[in-house]
Ligand binder design. Sequence first.
Ligand SMILES: [Cu+2]
Length: 458
Amino acid sequence: MKLTRRSLLASASALAVMPKISFANEDVEVLEARPSAVSLVPGDYPETQVWGYNGGVPGPEIRVAQGARIRRRLVNALEEPTTIHWHGIRIENAMDGVPGVTQDAVQPGGEFLYDFEVPDAGTYWYHSHYNTTEQISRGLYGALIVEEANAPEVDHDITVVVDDWRLGEDAQIDPDFSQIHDWSHAGRLGNFLKASLNPALSEVKQNQRLRLRFICVATDRVMRLAMVGMEGMVVALDGMPLDEPTPAEMLTLGPAQRADVIVDITGATGEPAMIGFIGREQNIALASFDISGQASLMPRGEILPLPANPIQRLTNIEGAQSMPLNMEGGAMGGLETGIYKGKSMSAEELIQNGQIWTLNGVAGLPDEALAEVALGETLRIPIINDTAFAHAMHLHGAHFQEIMADGSFGPLLDTILIERQETREIAFTASNPGDWVFHCHMLSHQAAGMITWVRVTT
Ligand SMILES: [Cu+2]
């Protein structure tokens, strides 16, 4: 097989071995960020040089019970600073992993102890939050699974981490992470899609029930995924259970978004059950399971909602503070001026500083918060996408809900995909004090300006 811009294949990932170090009479597991080589592209291709946690991509899957404490010592064996962000976790602010906001970046050779509880069950992930266009693109991410006390009964519970790599013909990562053309358009789109399944499964039986935990870790690509030979329901988005599961036909996951799907194998023996990527030009099989025989004669019963998480939801939004967020810039955006590092600049000056997008006229992290909200107060954010591209806006430290056209509140999310020229309004009731960044998770867009923050005061 030859790697071209449209050649895409899937295979299972290598499992990382988790080293331990001792200190103060206890073992704290280590996540070491370091260069390594993994077998990414099947066939005769050489190993791909990556940056991974403990040498693997994805890094070790962290799987704990709801309410448990997670302790991990980040050891930085890279030649540049790094941090870890625990995506979607309602975490203590000091553990959120945002350099310059919640902690100092961990320097090469340095360490940082992350220590926090996980209040909500669900599918989350962890990843670098420093120089993310490069560090996440090179492989610094892993799954974080928080198990329900009363999990639904399934035959296989599988984490499906889907990435979009940009590789050269030698299977090595394209090292140019800051191409203005990428940053001003849909981002750094890859040429090699890969789903890493844990556990790696090759065979299933008819009427078996699977829980698939999809995590889109792509730098910039929106993934459209479909399942063949299996039928079921989406039971959670961004970790949070849906009150009413919805049929799992096509999943659209922007960068950082997750979906938990419970499906029953309905295909016939001899046919594969598949997870596929639905592309504009071609569909690609990301994972394939052989169906061999029947697990039972009868189909499985109804797929029920997952147990709810102990998270505050919107009740009413009357009198709530509203802070509109206006997105501008990018190719075909007609941006004329913007503020960067406190200075008003022309579009040309912004580009000279690698800045292409603005939020409320500001490129990059502003000195002042987008909004300040006290604990217990509700903040509404109408998001106006006045650009020619989609954006996946991620709020740290909280899940929000969309205010739907009929006035109802949508599912709890931590990342919302907003199509071009669309306006969508989100709101949340503040329950977690601290300074929380709110940014586009299309990492090229974030690097080129799309990041702001919200302060929750006590
Ligand atoms: Cu964006």
